[in-house]
Design a binder for this molecule. Structure first.
Ligand SMILES: *Cc1c(COP(=O)(O)O)cnc(C)c1O
Length: 302
């Protein structure tokens, strides 16, 4: 029952900026891995779906905001692989549903809303107990899908890249929300190359501890070849600036790759800025993960 993966090519971005600085920029097109289980979420869910089935669970439950790519992917995965899904959503219900939640419902997900304060306590035993009382037993997937099995799935992105790249003089760069994808990239590279996270949230120093904790949960020794840029969040999670939208439009026009403003737009803008500042030495290869999430564009009127 392993989810079927489509090819995820490494696509060169022939920007004059890269030529000026002697670096090669490649985009790993994880957005193409599956039509509705998008990008990194496919890898994060893969071993969780296998484990849920192996342990005999019929229902998957997880948490997310109203525009969550994870909730969207979980609904699609549940439908495709025969699980009931429950999405526990932060905040109040709004009608009509936004496109993300409408998609989730159309693909069989039951939605349950938690006030912002209850949502903050979502991992407390009493909140989980009341969810079990209401919905029966379920396989619990944390917010954003990040756990040891997500790390194992995302490590496969790195295994792919090690086959595709011809030297270790490279950096794999990815946008960070919870850090689960970054932890998987680090785990899969086994100390080769370097990993660069770009935080999509403000004040995200906590990501260092969270990534280390996820590596630990996945029994992976930290090779230390990674860091996180904390200053490219454009004001905070899902916050945008006119300049960010301009960058995204220009990137699509010039290189034919569509981005979204929550993660991949911020990642790519950060990489262009870092390249312009000479942060990568000549001959270096930068692999930018296109982690998908394009469904979220609708929420920005894109
Ligand atoms: C969820 C998501 C991320 C963040 O992944 P984490 O593992 O939570 O850090 C990055 N990009 C996109 C498009 C996402 O949907």
């Amino acid at each position: 029952m392993t989810p079927e993966a489509a090819p995820t090519p490494l696509q060169p971005v022939n920007a004059s900026l890269c030529e000026q600085h002697g670096v090669r920029l490649l985009v790993k097109r994880l957005d193409l891995v599956h039509p509705s289980i998008s990008g990194n979420k496919w890898y994060k869910l893969k071993y969780n779906l296998i484990e849920a089935e192996r342990s005999g669970y019929k229902t998957l439950l997880s948490f997310g905001g109203a525009y969550s790519n994870h909730i969207h992917a979980l609904a699609a995965a549940g439908e495709a692989y025969g699980f009931n899904t429950i999405g526990v959503i932060r905040g109040e219900e709004h009608s009509p549903l936004n496109p993300t939640l409408q998609f989730a419902v159309d693909h069989g997900m039951r939605l349950h809303y938690l006030s912002r304060s209850d949502y903050r306590d979502k991992n407390d035993a009493n909140v989980l107990a009341s969810l079990r009382e209401r919905f029966g037993d379920f396989y619990l997937i944390p917010e954003g899908g990040s756990n040891a099995l997500a790390v194992k799935g995302c490590a496969e992105i790195s295994h792919d890249l090690l086959h595709e790249l011809d030297s270790d003089d490279f950096t794999v760069a990815g946008a960070c929300g919870t850090g689960g994808t970054l932890a998987g990239l680090i785990a899969g590279l086994q100390g080769r190359g370097r990993v660069l996270g770009v935080a999509a949230l403000k004040g995200a120093d906590f990501l260092y501890d969270d990534v280390r904790a996820l590596l630990n949960q996945a029994n992976v020794a930290d090779p230390g070849n990674w860091r996180i840029e904390l200053d490219y969040h454009c004001g905070g999670y899902a916050k945008t600036t006119p300049e960010l939208f301009e960058f995204i439009e220009g990137f699509e026009r010039d290189y034919g790759i569509v981005l979204e403003p929550v993660y991949t737009g911020k990642l790519m803008r950060a990489l262009f800025d870092l390249i312009a500042k000479g942060a990568f030495s000549p001959g270096h290869t930068i692999v930018a993960l296109h982690s998908g999430g394009l469904q979220g564009r609708a929420g920005f009127g894109l």
